[in-house]
Design a protein around this ligand. Sequence first.
Ligand SMILES: [Zn+2]
Length: 87
Amino acid sequence: MSDHSHPSQCKQLLGSLSDYIDGELQAQLCAEIEEHLKECNNCRIVVNTLRKTVELYEKTTDQAELPESVRERLFLKLDLADYLKKP
Ligand SMILES: [Zn+2]
């Protein structure tokens, strides 16, 4: 029983996902996300998908970082576009 929308707890964490994937997030926030991922299958799938896509991109293009435009499209595809806009 899960619809596609994320609960507010998830929403908060997913807002930091972009930084998390980049490894730019503070250690404490990383720990919070990882803790949440243990319990939340929904977010785990999102993170895994994002991470794999980013890794694949970096491997195939030999670029160290995902351009903002690619990232936006990726988040859009994952229905996470809202989370890119920081409050
Ligand atoms: Zn979650």
